[in-house]
Design a protein around this ligand. Sequence first.
Ligand SMILES: O=C([O-])CC(=O)C(=O)O
Length: 165
Amino acid sequence: MTSTSPATCDLCDAHKADDSGAFRVLPPVWRHFGAHRSFHGPVSTVKCFEDNTAVKAAVESAGEGRVLVVDGGGSLRRALLGGNLGAAAARNGWAGVVIDGCVRDVAELAACEVGICALAPVPLPTERRGEGQRDVAVRVQGVWVRPGDWLYADEDGIVVSAVRL
Ligand SMILES: O=C([O-])CC(=O)C(=O)O
């Protein structure tokens, strides 16, 4: 799955003149934590803040090759995904998880056969209060990402498109 992902640089070469908003490049703030450094797929979203209830529910459901984009409000205080949820994402067929927020269990995540991008590691987990929204339009680092968009990630960065590229 991952070896066939188009390179983000090639996608940007092809779409660099696209000013329609259909093709978007996320700001370069991401670190890779999963075993897959190149991944792509249609987007499903979670919007939450320092509560990973909805992230847990999502990665414990069938991923079907999708990329879960988590708008965590950029919080650096709590980890929205760790080794258990990373393993669940891999087991349930998610292509990747992109978290505008933090992760933990870095060594365990490195062994998860899935793409995982986040801002940083932090060891403090969330407290689950049942909050969070699923499959709403989110803003990730200032860029709109919508369910059904296509996301492409590799070591050069992350791009999002309204259509499959
Ligand atoms: O359960 C959590 O909140 C995060 C975590 O540590 C894991 O996924 O293993």
